[in-house]
Design a binder for this molecule. Structure first.
Ligand code: HEC
Ligand code: HEC
Length: 445
């Protein structure tokens, strides 16, 4: 009998706590670190401390592509190298773009505009913001996707890449083997690789790059390939596959470990202002953000519908309401329950470009915070039953929203990520773009 009563009280508490979180007053002090520990998946605030970018032992990596300094160095060049942009749709596009056309270092490794354009685009502006359709290309011929580019910062913590998590043989893709052959690109998952490694093999094709022995030689990369892949037989050493592995190694080292929140976690209490600390307390408390943004980089491999608008609604090129990208996880798994659900993105260095959510429908972090606070889906195509039950009005005050915005904008911004950009590429080409207008914009001869 006693057990039954206890059980009943217990279940009532569970149900009640789902609806009414006990409100923690951010001003009455539970110390921030204690509060973080309460909700951390490991029970410790240290869960959120990111490793040093040189600490190869502690950066998550694919055992089939172990990190090394040589691989990283090669990948850093190749990611920015316009000389490997050899499979352009038109001769005029050859040598004019790179991975970094859409993942601009100074802009938090995202493009400076609401949609990325590589082949078929011209111009750069200051952060890729003014890149536009080349007059020589039709919009169907360009390399631009119907969804906002994710940042490649902190991807070491992403086990299954893309907004729909389709790449990678492990993690949340275990059990989805039967759909891998449904699309040409996801067949790569049969190789038994982690998400970034699998994706970048396809990424080299999708983004029209080409590397072979002659290319490596003419651009000056042969000795770097030799250092990076000494164990690979010479005839298999210089190609898109090894190039993509080197780029994957580089991406794994792009870690925002110098953000003020990181300094705070490592013991420097002066790294964050009072407003930022209050914002963090909301993030890891009443605002409930920690529930979904739970991995060390504040993203996670879980998928949720927040009912945000899609990129075609923003006037993007080469996409439409038919675009499979906007079906989210469901577009990959084919399951109705996964429709319109998107991966939880990492939250560092968002301030570099003013475009948020998978359809770039928000242009300031404050607007994102208000969207979460109001919890009114803006995309009428997404059925109400798909919307996450954790997307519900937060009743935050203006001050609380300001504090949360400060935390996201300032505490989570590593101001030194341009340390990850190479000073030049070995071809000596201009980069990240190399079309005439971009070269004027970047003052590159
Ligand atoms: C034309 C723009 C464009 C170019 C060029 C580009 N990307 Fe991306 N990148 C994107 C978009 C868009 C996404 C998100 C796509 C999606 O989720 O469906 C993305 C996502 C990614 C991700 C996944 C991040 C995550 O958290 O899941 C990685 C890794 C990545 N890109 C690496 C690369 C590499 C390597 C190259 C060069 C071979 C490259 N990208 C070139 C637009 C681009
Ligand atoms: C139910 C899970 C969930 C909760 C709770 C949640 N988020 Fe998110 N968040 C997501 C998902 C999923 C996305 C991507 C949605 C999309 O674009 O379709 C996202 C996107 C974001 C973005 C935009 C990032 C980008 O690159 O575009 C920010 C900023 C953000 N969340 C902050 C917050 C804050 C602050 C809170 C707490 C008030 C919060 N989130 C609560 C799941 C969640």
């Amino acid at each position: 009998m006693l057990r039954l009563v206890t059980l009943t009280i217990f279940s009532v508490c569970i149900i009640a706590s789902c609806m009414h979180e006990p409100r923690i007053d951010p001003n009455t002090d539970l110390d921030l670190l204690d509060q973080i520990a309460r909700v951390s998946p490991t029970g410790s605030y240290e869960h959120y401390i990111l490793p040093d970018e040189f600490d190869y032992d502690n950066i998550p990596q694919d055992p089939k592509n172990p990190l090394s300094g040589a691989k990283k160095a090669l990948g850093q060049y190749l990611f920015h190298e316009t000389g490997i942009a050899l499979n352009a749709n038109k001769p005029i596009g050859i040598g004019t773009y790179s991975c970094a056309s859409c993942h601009v270092a100074e802009a938090g490794f995202r493009p400076g505009r609401f949609q990325g354009i590589a082949d078929g685009g011209v111009g750069f502006g200051t952060l890729g913001d003014t890149r536009e359709l080349s007059p020589f290309y039709d919009e169907t011929e360009i390399d631009a996707q119907g969804i906002r580019p994710l940042s490649v910062l902190n991807t070491a913590f992403v086990s299954n890449t893309l907004w729909n998590g389709q790449f990678g043989s492990f993690g949340v893709n275990e059990g989805t083997e039967d759909v891998w052959d449904n699309a040409e690109d996801t067949k790569v998952n049969h190789l038994g690789l982690f998400g970034i490694e699998a994706q970048n093999i396809e990424g080299f094709k999708l983004h029209r790059m080409h590397v072979d022995e002659a290319v490596a030689d003419s651009l000056g990369y042969t000795s770097l390939f030799n250092l990076a892949f000494p164990e690979v037989p010479k005839e298999e050493r210089y190609n898109n596959f090894t190039a993509s592995l080197a780029v994957s190694a580089y991406l794994r080292t792009l870690i925002t470990n110098k953000a003020p929140f990181q300094e705070y976690l490592k013991g420097d209490q002066s790294a964050m202002t009072e407003s930022e600390v209050n914002g963090a307390k909301l993030f890891f408390g009443n605002a409930g953000c920690y529930r979904c943004h739970s991995n060390p980089a504040l993203g996670s491999e879980t998928f949720h519908a927040l009912g945000v608008k899609d990129l075609h609604e923003m006037g993007a090129l080469n996409t439409s309401e038919e675009d499979k990208k906007q079906l989210g996880r469901g577009g990959f798994t084919g399951l109705a329950e996964d429709l319109y659900k998107f991966k939880v993105p990492q939250l560092y260095n968002l301030a570099g470009t003013p475009f948020y959510f998978h359809g770039s429908s928000k242009t300031s972090i404050r607007d994102v915070v208000e969207y979460f606070n109001n919890a009114i889906p803006e995309n009428t195509l997404v059925p109400q039953e798909q919307i996450s039950p954790n997307f519900r009005p937060l009743l935050l005050t203006e001050q609380e929203m300001d504090d949360l915005t400060q935390f996201l904008e300032v505490s989570l911004n590593d101001p030194f990520v341009d340390r990850y950009k190479p000073p030049y590429v070995l071809s000596n080409n201009c980069f990240p773009n190399n079309d005439e207008q971009s070269n004027i914009d970047t003052n590159c001869e």
